[in-house]
Design a protein around this ligand. Structure first.
Ligand SMILES: [Fe+2]
Length: 395
């Protein structure tokens, strides 16, 4: 355990339990919401999840409007549309429901309902001058942890870049976590989002900004993922596994919210923005190679990770034990059907210069346990660029 001076803060309240979506109206009332903007993506609308939010609001007589112009990624354009709509409708509380894109859109709209200008004015770290209107975040995937984080990641379609609004004021006031809402998530999305959660827990755990509280959270998150990710993928209806994964995702977010992440996320941003690789998938592809690169920066922690994932480290040297953690994560990827490479998404050697230059600018680089060069970044990418002929089992 790392002992040092630190600060830890989670401003978001957490309500966690099966069927908790039915308590939504009580929370809206407590927060003095008189007109609600529900922000969701078309996927949650089609899956009938938005109607599960409508029911308690209707019952309580709380007026609401619905905004579903959210794509696979949260975009600045979508936030602008949502803000115009919410201002016209005089909404004073936002409920975000869905995966990371819907929640990041909801968080951004919440800020803009209290502050002038556009969301572009607040891109960066700590540029939001104060709280927005209350935002309740209802996650339907177990991965991004956006229901608890101080970041809203937004794509700028024109610039083909992923930008971040980072401020404690971006945190929702309440994370309403109902694992029943994740039961219908398809296997390939369960796998990808679960690997995003694992990458959060692990990158926070081994990085240089880790501290006693975040370490404890990371450890617990990884234990839950080791126990339940495979089950959640192959038995979608398994509520215990779904519950473990939603908890793991939220706990991992509580860890990285203060510590930031590492090289997988540094590379995931430009790769996601330029090649449209789903965020969880790109992290899953990169994670074993990033672990291999980072081993010597935190051997003890990687040995601990190996044990969490069921590797027998008895009689192994510290290095061998740490290396077995890489093997365990590769096996996990394989078991849950993530066999893609960067080449499957069109990434070629000629793209690496601009990818790694963008990755190097990430705030996740300075906290990584091993300082990378541009060439190191390229080598990590090259190692996962062999064209895969295998089909992903659940793709
Ligand atoms: Fe992530």
């Amino acid at each position: 355990m790392t002992l040092k001076n630190f600060r830890y803060e989670v401003p978001t309240a957490i309500e966690f339990g099966s069927g908790y979506i039915n308590t939504l109206a009580n929370h809206v009332k407590q927060l003095n919401g008189t007109k609600v903007l529900i922000v969701g993506d078309p996927g949650v609308l089609q899956a009938g999840i938005i109607s599960k939010l409508e029911a308690p609001l209707k019952l309580a007589g709380i007026p609401f409007v619905i905004f579903t112009e959210v794509g696979m990624e949260a975009t600045i354009e979508s936030v602008d549309l949502g803000v115009d709509f919410a201002r016209r409708e005089n909404c004073n509380l936002v409920v975000g429901v869905g995966g990371g894109s819907a929640l990041d859109t909801a968080k951004s709209i919440g800020i803009m309902l209290k502050h002038p200008g556009t969301i572009r004015d607040y891109i960066g770290i700590d540029l939001v001058p104060g709280p927005g209107v209350p935002v309740i975040a209802v996650p339907t995937t177990a991965g991004t942890g956006s229901e608890l984080t101080r970041f809203a990641v937004l794509s700028d379609k024109k610039a083909q870049a992923k930008l971040s609004v980072g401020s404690m004021y971006v945190c929702p006031v309440l994370a309403l976590c109902d694992p029943e809402l994740t039961l219908t998530l398809p296997a390939h999305l369960t796998a990808a989002t679960g690997m995003d959660a694992l990458t959060h827990a692990m990158e926070s755990y081994v990085n240089k900004a880790t501290q006693p509280i975040s370490e404890t959270l990371s450890l617990q998150s990884m234990k839950l993922i080791a126990k339940s990710l495979r089950l959640a993928v192959v038995q979608g209806e398994n509520l215990d596994a779904r519950s473990d994964m939603l908890l793991a995702s939220s706990i991992a977010a509580m860890a990285f919210n203060t510590t930031r992440l590492g090289l997988a996320h540094a590379l995931a941003m430009p790769l996601g923005a330029h090649f449209k690789i789903p965020h969880g998938v790109v992290n899953a592809i990169l994670l074993p190679e990033v672990m291999k690169f980072n081993l010597i920066g935190n051997m003890e922690k990687y040995k601990e990770i190996a044990k969490i994932f069921g590797e027998n480290v008895d009689g192994l040297s510290d290095r061998e034990a740490a290396e077995s953690a890489v093997k365990a994560v590769r096996q996990l990827n394989k078991d849950i059907g993530i066999t893609q490479t960067l080449s499957d998404y069109g990434v070629e050697e000629g793209h690496l210069d601009f990818i790694v230059e963008e990755a190097m600018l990430s705030g996740n680089v300075p906290v990584n346990p091993v300082k990378p060069t541009l060439e190191d970044f390229k080598n990590i990418c090259r190692a996962v660029m062999v064209v895969s002929k295998k089909e992903a089992v659940f793709a």
